[in-house]
Write a protein that binds this ligand. Structure first.
Ligand code: KG4
Ligand code: ZN
Length: 307
């Protein structure tokens, strides 16, 4: 990353590696990190036409996440920082998702309100200035991404199924198989009841499930998650009256969420949703957070790190 320009952003996806297991296997994930990371660093330098001498700062994810993967990442980064004599910034993964929005919108600055929706988080956060975050609301149980992945699995879409469910939902009609929209008091989320509602509906419909019912259920589930997420975003907008609103994290790749968020936020605030490759986990968002806010954070792996 140079200023706010992404020079190179490489990903080695492990989806195929874990798909057969129906979820991420921590040990397998850590070994794959060890195998792939050094080569990715070399390729990134080549593609950028850069040498270590061109680098001002290294940034690495310190948490939250899987301990083994975080240790491989922070270990490699510490080694490179020592060998190249560079400063090293430890970055909170969740901060990274918010900073992805700054890469997408050149003049975006805090204060801002962010809805951060990923495989493990559904958080509404207020960011008054760089490196400061106040959690306004979160989920009591499953995160939105986790709920999408579990629903996708129930609908026979494999793992991780969020993107596949999104595609299937495009061909369905949510009103034919309506599911409840979870609405807790305050700014809290809950998606486990919705998941159970889908399970019971599938049981009632029996097997084999028609193709149309499968599409309609995908659309209904997506509708319920998206409307729940946006109802609380809207409440937070009323409470904080922000000029800038960000929707980010892997679930922000969802096409219905992107379209409906634009309607819900309206003209009162500017909405930034990063482009798809900057919504799902990526290296550029960690570089952006490291450059803006990471310098005072130690690069020590912390699997349970929070905001
Ligand atoms: O932020 P992320 O890449 O990884 C985590 O930090 O967890 O988010 C991954 C999550 C997964 O649950 C995945 O199914 C979901 O984001 N996801 C989607 C879509 N693309 C990715 N969910 C719904 N619709 C999508 N298009
Ligand atoms: Zn993430």
């Amino acid at each position: 990353m140079r200023d706010r320009e992404v020079v190179v952003n490489l990903i080695h996806s492990q989806e195929a590696l874990h798909a057969g297991f129906g979820g991420v296997v921590p040990e397998v994930a850590a070994r794959a990190h060890l195998e792939k990371l050094p080569g990715l660093v070399t390729t990134a330098l080549e593609r950028a036409g850069a040498t270590p001498g061109d680098i001002d700062l290294l940034a690495v994810t310190r948490g939250p996440g899987l301990a083994g993967c975080l240790l491989v990442g922070t270990g490699l980064a510490a080694g490179l920082a020592a060998a190249w004599d560079k400063p090293l910034a430890g970055v909170n993964h969740l901060w990274g998702h918010v900073y992805a929005a700054l890469l997408a919108q050149p003049d975006l600055e805090p204060p801002l309100l962010a809805l951060v929706v990923s495989g493990a988080h559904s958080d509404l956060v207020w960011m008054p200035r760089h490196g400061e975050f106040e959690v306004l609301g979160r989920t009591r149980d499953d995160a939105a991404g986790e709920a999408f992945d579990k629903a996708a699995r129930m609908l026979g879409l494999g793992y991780p199924g969020g993107a596949a469910l999104d595609r299937l939902a495009r061909t369905g009609d949510a009103s034919r198989q309506p599911l409840p929209v979870p609405l807790l008091p305050g700014l809290e989320y809950s998606f486990s009841g919705l998941k159970t509602a889908l399970l019971y509906r599938l049981r009632d419909l029996g097997r084999p499930l028609s193709g149309q019912a499968r599409m309609d259920l995908a659309a209904a589930f997506e509708h319920s998650v998206v409307e729940s997420l946006l109802a609380k975003l809207q409440a937070a907008i009323r409470a904080r009256a922000p000029a800038e609103v960000v929707v980010c994290g892997g679930v922000a790749a969802n096409s219905l969420l992107r379209a409906r968020a634009a309607q819900v936020v309206g003209a009162g605030a500017r909405l930034t949703i990063p482009p798809l490759p900057l919504c799902t986990d990526n290296a550029a968002m960690i570089a952006a957070a490291g450059a803006h806010a990471g310098r005072r954070q130690a690069a020590v792996a912390d699997p349970a790190l929070n905001w």
